[in-house]
Design a protein around this ligand. Structure first.
Ligand code: GLU
Length: 466
């Protein structure tokens, strides 16, 4: 498509959730692939439910995911003048009318229709009013066509047809003068030149009404692509019951944005049986034609699997930057200790999330180790004093501090005493980390550095009874 213009149009009434993020991602990918324009529009006309906090949360989540936009954010709350003009245009052209029916009258009509087994639908009482009625509150209704059909070819779902008689004369302006959702979306998409609307399929029923509005306003109708919704494992709509639904909650749980992006895209889209995609690859390979028609099922296990993959294969410098935040949350100073990338390298194979990695990395940065009492009792025994002292002097003599030279010191002591590595590795591990699980002991010593290693070894001698 030439000059493709797509948009993401969240309502700022909460956090960016998994479904919204996927819609944003699909829009972003299509825009980048087609060298089009990605517009961000904040749909904040529902004043009672929209908050600045939500706007900030949505912007933050998009930034975290790397979904940069080219235009916006536009705010519907700043476009009221435009909406008023367009309502006026429809009133003048006879495609909209003022409706003075009161709430009670409408309720009566609704009950009557129900009693007679008809579908409740506005009966058009005010359609034919010749002139405005002074001093009486009114809504503005769209004069919808009563006959024929409204059809569109959805880029994901295929052709969809609605019978016009099923569609009401939609209220486009409330009695307080504010325009309604379906109307402002059309005005915005039309004036922003959006030519492809990618959104959740919960909006399919709005689409024929919106198409009729485009026609009445004399605007070009965009293409539509309705993305199937996301379900929980029990096949009901994804909700809090299925775990965290806010994208940023996953950041806090230690997930990487690349894992989230990779996960989201596969919720409904596929490319053969490939599972792992970089953003660059996605931009090249993504297409709406390969988005499935049926709902995707949210699978936290797979998200975790992807996260593990991206932690294992990630650039240690970048992962270190991500890890810093999690160490800080533990009250540790990531700048006061070994270089983060070195720490990351020792833990990449051992952590599925950054939370786990921070847990595993904490000992590098702690000023006071907390010792596991059982491990101390088991491994820091009197017979270890000799070994630890030999290790201390062997390490003190090293000119070069690396895994090989450190290994050499261990091997000499082991040979002299005819011992196997665990005999000394475990006591040293307890001394340096406080517990019995850690990365390879040579790696730990290499990364922890001479000064801290020797100090921690010295510190445990009294615990051994020295
Ligand atoms: N603001 C709407 C929502 O958050 C989206 C409208 C649209 O994409 O057309 O559901």
């Amino acid at each position: 498509m030439e000059n493709l213009r797509v948009r993401f149009a969240p309502s700022p009434t909460g956090y960016l959730h998994i479904g919204g993020a996927r819609t944003a991602l699909f829009n972003y990918l299509v825009a980048r692939k087609e060298k089009g324009t990605f517009v961000l529009r904040i749909e904040d006309t529902d004043v009672a439910r929209s908050t600045q906090e939500s706007v900030d949360a949505i912007l933050q989540a998009m930034e975290w995911l790397g979904l940069s936009y080219d235009e916006g954010p536009y705010y519907q709350s700043q476009r009221t003048e435009l909406y008023r003009e367009k309502i006026e245009q429809l009133l003048v052209s006879g495609r909209a009318y003022r409706c003075y029916c009161t709430a009670e009258e409408l309720e009566e009509k609704r009950q009557k229709a129900q009693a007679e087994g008809r579908k409740p639908k506005y009966d058009g009482t005010c359609r034919t009013l010749a002139a405005a009625v002074a001093d009486k509150p009114f809504v503005v209704r769209f004069l919808a066509p009563e006959e024929g059909e409204t059809t569109f070819v959805d880029r994901i779902k295929g052709p969809i047809t609605f019978r016009n008689e099923e569609l009401d004369d939609l209220i486009i302006q409330r009695s307080d003068g504010t325009p309604t959702y379906n109307f402002v979306v059309v005005v915005d998409d039309a004036t922003m030149g959006i030519n492809l609307v990618i959104r959740g399929d919960d909006h399919i029923n709005n689409t024929p009404r919106q198409i009729q509005l485009y026609q009445a306003l004399g605007c070009a109708i965009p293409q539509f692509a309705h993305v199937p919704m996301i379900l929980g494992a029990d096949k009901t709509r994804l909700s809090k019951r299925h775990g965290a639904t806010s994208v940023m909650a996953y950041k806090d749980l230690g997930y990487l944005p690349e894992a989230m992006v990779n996960y989201l895209v596969r919720l409904g889209w596929s490319h053969g049986d490939q599972e792992i995609f970089s953003m660059e690859e996605l931009i090249e390979k993504f297409s709406l034609e390969n988005v499935g028609k049926s709902a995707g099922v949210f699978n936290p296990g797979k998200l975790l699997w992807l996260n593990e993959h991206y932690i294992k294969t990630g650039d240690p410098v970048r992962l270190g930057q991500c890890l810093a935040e999690f160490l800080q949350q533990k009250g540790l100073d990531p700048m006061d200790g070994p270089p983060l990338p070195d720490v990351v390298r020792t833990l990449q194979d051992r952590a599925k999330t950054l939370v786990e990695m921070a847990e595993g990395a904490a000992f590098y940065y702690k000023k006071e180790l907390e010792f596991d009492g059982k491990a101390v009792a088991k491994f820091l025994t009197q017979d270890k004093i000799v070994l630890l002292k030999e290790l201390i002097s062997g390490l003190e003599e090293l000119d070069l501090w690396n895994v090989e030279t450190i290994g050499g010191v261990f091997n000499k002591i082991l040979a002299d005493h005819e011992l196997k590595l665990p005999a000394i590795a475990q006591p040293v591990r307890v001394a340096l980390t406080g517990g019995t699980t850690s990365p390879s002991i040579f790696d730990v010593i290499a990364v922890l550095g001479r000064e801290t290693t020797l100090k921690r070894l010295d510190d445990v001698l009294p615990l051994c009874g020295a």
